[in-house]
Design a protein around this ligand. Structure first.
Ligand code: NAI
Length: 329
């Protein structure tokens, strides 16, 4: 097949080439899929896209006119594709539902520890020859109450790691996992109770209409003063302005932010020569108790190998006309 790969990044090229192993003809584009770039897929049977590409109805219409029949997402989430419209056009779609929950869970816990023990701050101080310990007091994780919102593949691994730390675990999910109750003594509760009781809250539910701005002014005001909030889920799970207000008032004591509501056009790119136009990001960058990372929780060697391998397995299934277990229905 001829495949147009949009939004390709340097850190994934070698994994893509290696997983393809010369089977398909690849046309790689650094640009996003959009109405301006869709014609780059001319002559291709399939396109391969990432989280920021726009596969809305008009773009799918144009792809269909160009002869594209398959869309392979190099991600688990598929909120950027108009699924019913693609189905109407007969375009088959597949995603990578699981590539390494460990990558994201381990990163999440790493952010908790870095914020708690102020690792970034101490590193920069030492670079200035300041070896003072003032302002660096952390807390023991052992015995702390951690609220996990979403106990799916990633939330479950977070629970396993934190259980090892001796944390007490609360959870909120629309589906309870009896295995987690039995193995890690996790207690399922409602969202407001979780917010009220937790010392640390970590977000691992998908971004859907019901979870949009799940963390907002009301919920923040019900949290313990000085709570730690970690978002390695999706930016839209939190109302960013409400979180900034919570940080300014001290209601939120720490914020770990791997994902952001306004990632598009900012994340995954080098803007070191630009003037920052995003005032919320600018404010967050001034706060010492905020740790910002650029949607990189997934970025491990294992995860990238799995993403590339599964993407091409999906495309191979489509080419052979076979059933694809990762098809988006
Ligand atoms: P999953 O589908 O295995 O788990 C999601 C859990 O959320 C499920 O247990 C589900 O029942 C629960 N859920 C669904 N609707 C809910 C609601 N309304 N309220 C509360 N819980 C609800 O997904 P997985 O693999 O654990 O991923 C979770 C999220 O992590 C993804 O949706 C994605 O947004 C994010 N993610 C972030 C990455 C990063 O690099 N920062 C990388 C990969 C995923």
């Amino acid at each position: 097949m001829k495949i147009a790969i949009f939004n390709i990044h340097n850190w994934e090229r070698e994994y893509i080439q290696s997983a393809n192993n010369g089977r398909h003809t690849l046309k790689m584009f650094e640009t996003y899929l959009s109405s301006d770039t869709v014609d780059l897929a001319k002559g291709c049977d399939a396109i391969c896209i990432f989280t920021e590409d726009n596969a809305s109805a008009p773009i799918l219409d144009r792809l269909h006119e160009l002869g594209v029949r398959y869309v392979a997402l190099r991600s688990a989430g598929f909120n950027n594709i108009d699924v019913p419209h693609a189905q109407k056009l007969g375009i088959r779609m597949a995603r990578v539902p699981e590539y390494s929950p460990y990558a994201i869970a381990e990163f999440t816990v790493g952010v908790m520890l870095a914020l708690n023990r102020k690792l970034v701050r101490t590193h920069y101080r030492i670079m200035e020859m300041n070896f003072s310990l003032n302002g660096l007091v952390g807390f023991d994780m052992n015995g702390k109450i951690v609220g996990i919102i979403g106990t799916g593949k990633i939330g479950r691994v977070v629970a396993k790691i934190l259980h090892g730390f001796g944390c007490k675990l609360l959870a909120y999910d629309i589906v309870e996992d009896p295995d987690l109750i039995e193995k890690y003594g996790i207690t399922y509760t409602d969202l407001d109770a979780l917010c009220k009781q937790s010392d640390i809250i970590t977000l691992h539910s998908p971004l859907i209409a019901e979870t949009h701005h799940l963390i907002n002014e009301d919920r923040i005001s019900g949290m313990k003063k000085g709570v730690m909030l970690i978002n390695a889920g999706r930016g839209g799970l939190v109302n960013t302005q409400d979180v900034i207000n919570g940080l300014k008032s001290g209601q939120i004591g720490y914020f770990g932010m791997d994902v952001y509501e306004e990632e598009k056009g900012l994340y995954f790119e080098d803007h070191s020569e630009d003037i920052l136009q995003d005032d919320s990001m600018a404010r967050l960058m001034t706060l010492r108790n905020v740790l910002i990372s650029s949607h990189q929780a997934f970025l491990t060697d294992t995860a990238l190998q799995n993403i590339a391998r599964i993407t091409f397995e999906n495309l191979d299934c489509f080419e052979k006309g076979e059933v694809c277990s990762n098809e988006i229905k």
